[in-house]
Design a protein around this ligand. Structure first.
Ligand code: T46
Length: 133
């Protein structure tokens, strides 16, 4: 399976809404790192890489964008526009993301600390390393 869409429980009342994420039934791993991405022009294409080990959950906390995932055999496009939804991507999946709304903020929860050696940034290397082995 290339990805899972996680649905988070929302605590809501007259004040507004709140989501809390911690490892357990609703969240798959211990979070070691959080980063967020915003201020992208609509048609910018980010990503263009896979990870050897890292697992991540992407949450579009404001606005919307599209993730395109590729396991070397097929591609899928997932539209994110709901802060109560998390896109869970395990390792060995090539990803790009684009089609950013002006107000888009993507928060990413990661299973590992930042490590450039974990990135596969060459598509042919990805195919050789991941798909053909
Ligand atoms: C991913 C997608 C969704 C750091 O110094 N620390 C970090 O934790 C991260 C994520 C990045 N950086 C530096 C490395 C680059 O100089 O920030 C710069 C931009 O990173 P990158 O070009 O990898 O950004 P994206 O948007 O292409 O990819 C990022 C994540 O790197 C990646 O894991 O899955 O967001």
């Amino acid at each position: 399976m290339m990805y899972e869409l996680l649905k988070f429980s929302v605590h809501g009342n007259y004040q507004g809404k709140l989501i809390a994420l911690e490892k357990g039934d609703e969240f798959p791993f211990d979070i070691k790192r959080v980063y967020y991405i915003w201020g992208n022009e609509k048609n910018v294409i980010r990503g263009h890489h896979a990870h050897r080990k890292l697992e991540q959950v992407m949450v579009c906390v404001a606005g919307s964008c599209d993730f395109i995932l590729d396991d070397g055999r097929e591609k899928v496009k997932i539209h994110l526009n709901d802060p109560s939804q998390g896109l869970y991507i395990k390792h060995n999946i090539w990803r790009t993301f684009t089609n950013f709304s002006k107000d888009c903020v993507v928060m990413v929860l990661a299973s590992e600390y930042y490590d450039e050696a974990d990135y596969i940034r060459d598509y042919n290397l990805f195919l050789n390393e991941v798909v053909n082995n």
